[in-house]
Design a protein around this ligand. Structure first.
Ligand code: FAD
Length: 435
């Protein structure tokens, strides 16, 4: 079917960031702070992406000091004491109140002169001479054409790059991706008796001496817990008597297909009830727990990885490789592959990673000259992605992309023509440690 229509509403900007999650927020603010006119386009009615609407908590991962992540976590924890922060094998768990974060993050964008277009979705892009000339955006008044000098794809799914025809990879070799999850929060937990559990390899025991992880596996095997839900992770939050629960799971879902998203939404909402019932019946301290809140959108861990000039590889992450053209330094998180074809972890348990660098080329999609990626859709392998997908690292890639976009506009060259050294210098001037 051929559809043609004159788009009468037009917006001009210097930098258009698509996606208002952790990566997009940092990309937009970093470009705006360099004097750019920045428009951030977000399909939902609040910003934050998984950090808010995905009810994902805690913020995991690390990078070198001085990134915007440091500033953001100060804002997110301003009203709270540090005593509840927990150090685990996964590093320091940075708690967030996803409700509070919605207000803090939109204010952060507003205070930094970013124009945010909420409830607006990128529907298509027009590419001419290897450049995106126009983004076609759906608004409540119909379609709008957004003209920008630079586009930053922070959609998580690499949707803009995909629409522009960029090469991408999905999943591991058999194309399966990590399972999807709906996170939820419970309260009314008796703190004096209740356990916490950060992952399947946590040595948490129940009062009868049984390992909690073994008990969860048994319950999954005998049908008390849903299929593949072999661990019910119970994270602390800022508040006493509350747990963020990362447990529901559905495998073999393509997070880009609306029919799969619907199927998962039905299944996982049902799983929330089953898991709360399990906690009330079997886990001391949880007898009276109540559902407080849940994700407003399906939690999709993995979709497109847009192929860039550099592909972050397994060895980079495992051995902690460092590069002269790094724009993110000392990124660190475990190789956390939730099993694409079953319960638990794909490799038995999450494998250790060493602090590694993200080279500038990982943010430069091949084939399009005024587009950059940020966040979980940057260029890397399935296993490397399992590490850099966490929010602290996504924020740092966003900051680097926003900085490079602004710099390339100022220097009147494409992001690809811009040297990594110039980006590094600008990031260092902002206080980011790159050595
Ligand atoms: C269930 C689950 C648990 C996780 N647990 C943790 C954890 O404990 N700690 C941690 O640090 N990380 C965790 N992660 C990973 C982390 O949340 C994500 O990888 C991270 O949020 C990615 O950031 P992002 O900015 O790239 O994308 P997102 O957070 O997904 O944000 C992308 C934004 O783009 C918007 N968007 C998408 N398409 C369009 C479009 N066409 N037009 C306009 N806007 C669009 C979306 O609405 C969204 O706001 C988890 C992920 C999942 C799914």
């Amino acid at each position: 079917m051929l559809y043609s229509k004159l788009i009468e509403t037009i917006k001009h900007t210097q930098v258009a960031v698509i996606g208002g999650g952790p990566a997009g927020i940092c990309a937009a603010v970093s470009a705006a702070r360099m004097g750019m006119k920045v428009v951030l386009i977000e399909r939902y009615g609040a910003v934050g992406g998984n950090l808010t609407l995905g009810n994902v908590s805690p913020i995991l991962g690390k990078t070198s000091e001085g990134t915007m992540y440091d500033e953001i976590i100060c804002k997110l924890s301003e009203k709270h004491t540090d005593e509840e922060k927990v150090e685990t094998r996964n590093g320091k768990e940075i708690h967030i109140d996803s409700e509070e974060a919605k207000g803090i993050l939109i204010k952060f964008l507003h205070d930094n002169n970013v124009e945010v277009m909420l409830q607006c979705t990128i529907a298509d892009v027009i590419v001419k001479d290897n450049k995106i000339t126009t983004a076609v955006v759906t608004t409540h008044s119909g379609l709008m054409a957004v003209y920008a000098d630079r586009f930053i794809d922070a959609t998580g799914d690499g949707t803009v790059a995909y629409m522009a025809g960029c090469e991408y990879k999905i999943g591991r070799e058999d194309k399966l991706t990590q399972p999807v999850t709906l996170e939820f929060t419970i309260n009314n937990v008796d703190e004096s008796r209740a356990i916490m559990c950060y992952g399947g390899s946590d040595p948490v025991t129940l009062p009868d001496g049984k390992k909690y992880s073994v008990f969860c596996k048994e319950c999954e095997a005998n049908g008390i817990l849903p299929k593949n839900v072999s661990i019910v992770r119970l994270h602390k939050t800022f508040y006493k008597g509350e747990r963020n629960v990362n447990a529901t799971q559905m495998n073999c879902i393509n997070g880009l297909l609306s029919e799969d998203i619907y199927k998962a939404e039905v299944e996982l909402r049902n799983q929330i009830e089953i898991i709360i019932d399990f906690l009330r019946r079997y886990i001391p301290g949880y007898e009276n727990c109540m559902l407080k809140t849940s994700a407003s959108t399906l939690g999709v861990r993995e979709t497109r990885r847009i192929v860039g000039d550099y592909v972050i590889n397994d060895e980079d992450v495992e051995k902690g490789k460092h590069y002269d053209d790094a724009v993110v330094h000392n990124a660190w998180f475990l190789i956390d592959i939730h099993n694409p074809s079953g319960g638990g972890q794909a490799e038995g348990h999450s494998k250790m990673a060493q602090p590694y660098d993200i080279p500038y080329g990982a943010l430069l999609p091949k084939g399009v000259e005024n587009l950059m990626t940020a966040g979980r859709c940057i260029s890397g392998t399935h296993r490397a992605h399992a590490s850099y997908r966490v929010m602290a690292i996504c924020m740092a890639t966003g900051e680097a992309a926003g900085t490079a976009a602004a710099l390339s506009i100022k220097e009147e060259i494409t992001p690809r023509e811009l040297s990594a050294e110039a980006v590094r210098k600008a990031l260092s001037q902002k206080g980011v440690k790159l050595n």
